[in-house]
Write a protein that binds this ligand. Structure first.
Ligand SMILES: *Cc1c(COP(=O)(O)O)cnc(C)c1O
Length: 427
């Protein structure tokens, strides 16, 4: 019989063993539509679960503070070389001008390192506001980025809910930020990195682009690349890139020393070498023709799901999508996002409630839901499944309190999922 983990865990810690088995089952039998999630491959998981977790290696290759680094240096240099090749392929300018730091523990610590590299406390930063689809770490007031820096958020236009570059320029000229962020967490459209570069140059700001959500699309050439345009590009490695939970920073060579010092010893201690190895594996996987097809299919599925939802009366923010995610405003369906997301979760359709631009409701009880197609596309589900999914969503959202409906859909989803094995899981 197959288990999600190997025997040692079952013997040593049956409680955690049982919980991992349960999560393995949940991830198998549900349609996972959280836009930031994916299924890492078994190869990525094996690297993550390896002996590399035992090693301390503060510093960088050939400049470490501990001995015994012969293997670790090779692992880190391999990860860096692969990321450079992967993102260099679609970059503007020369690959030789790209520096890579693969040590950030995740996306938020990577962004924190950018602040430390370029700003002093109290300096001005501009980023897309949280309510408009930005990330906490781009200056939101509950995050350290909004507490320790002077944050001037920009938004989206009221009429079409797209990023308002004119407003970005006007605010930048007025507030002269030292750091300008471009990057999103709930925005379904292509980002115009060149426009942000122009604005940053006009006001003398560092341009940081955060591709946490779209790194896989960028690597595959399905979304334009900011590498070579931005001063710094930060990312997670576990969203569309489909690697382990981790972070990375790509920057222009001139910023290399500042970025490296900011990551270590600035905000972190020893790197997570097991994660570094798994990032190398993911970069290898992402360099294959199969991954390019995967990234294309993510967007095709998102578009197909958007069309199917729109045909069933769902209102899509910006009217559709260019990337891996959809933002749905449920106001016309007269149920709030949280009620919908909780009912759909019971029906094995897992997504998150989300604010929509200019949301009249509170962030903890907003008007919308966010859906993404990276995970379902990793299971090789296609357009037919997207249409079925829209049917199920319409059916559940029409009567979210009806238990029988939810149970019917939950069983149908479970049956469908059995036909689409997910990478990395053992069932
Ligand atoms: C997910 C995300 C992050 C943070 O990543 P964590 O790994 O959760 O810290 C940062 N920026 C953006 C735009 C994101 O979407």
């Amino acid at each position: 019989m197959n288990h999600a983990t190997d025997e040692a865990l079952a013997q040593v810690d049956p409680e955690i063993f049982r919980l991992i088995e349960a999560e393995n089952r949940r991830e198998h039998e549900s349609l996972r539509l959280i836009a930031s999630e994916n299924y890492a491959s078994r190869a990525v998981m094996e690297a993550t679960g390896s002996c590399l977790t035992n090693k301390y290696s503060e510093g960088y290759a050939k400049k470490r503070y501990y001995e015994g680094q012969a293997v670790i240096d090779e692992v880190e240099e391999l990860a860096i070389a692969r990321l450079k090749a992967l993102f260099g392929a679609t970059a503007h300018g020369s690959v030789d001008d790209i520096h890579v730091n693969v040590q950030p523990y995740s996306g938020s610590p990577a962004n924190l390192a950018v602040y430390l590299a370029f700003l002093n406390a109290g300096d001005t930063v501009m980023g897309l506001g949280l309510a408009a689809g930005g990330h906490l770490t781009h200056g939101h007031n509950v995050s350290i980025s909004g507490r320790y820096f002077n944050s001037v958020p920009y938004g989206v236009r009221r009429d079409d809910h797209r990023i308002d570059v004119d407003e970005v320029r006007r605010l930048a000229k007025e507030h002269r930020p030292k750091l300008l962020w471009c990057g999103t967490t709930a925005y379904p459209r292509t980002l115009d990195f060149k426009a942000f570069r122009e604005i940053a140059d006009e006001v003398g700001a560092i341009l940081a682009v955060d591709i946490a959500h779209i790194a896989g699309l960028v690597a595959a050439g399905v979304h334009p690349s900011p590498v070579g345009i931005a001063d710094v590009v930060t990312s997670t490695t576990h969203k569309t890139l489909r690697g382990p939970r981790g972070g990375m920073i790509l920057c222009k060579k001139e910023h290399a020393a500042k970025i490296d010092r900011a990551v270590f010893p600035g905000v972190q201690g020893g790197p997570h070498n097991h994660t570094t190895a798994a990032i190398a594996v993911a970069a290898h996987e992402a360099s294959t023709p199969a991954f390019k097809e995967y990234a294309k299919a993510i967007v095709e599925n998102a578009k197909a799901l958007g069309e199917a939802l729109a045909a069933r009366g769902f209102s899509l923010v910006t009217g559709g999508t260019d990337n891996h995610l959809l933002l749905v405003d449920l106001t016309n369906k007269t149920i709030p996002g949280k009620v919908a997301s909780k009912a759909l979760d019971q029906a094995n359709i897992v997504l998150n409630y989300n604010a929509v631009p200019f949301d009249p409701r509170k962030p903890f009880d907003p008007s919308g839901i966010r859906l993404g197609t990276p995970s379902v596309t990793s299971r090789k589900m296609g357009k037919d499944v997207m249409v079925k999914l829209a049917d199920w969503m319409e059916y559940v959202v029409a009567a979210p309190e009806e238990k029988a409906r939810i149970e019917k859909v939950a069983a149908e989803v479970r049956e469908l999922c059995d036909g689409y094995p997910a990478p990395g899981l053992r069932v």
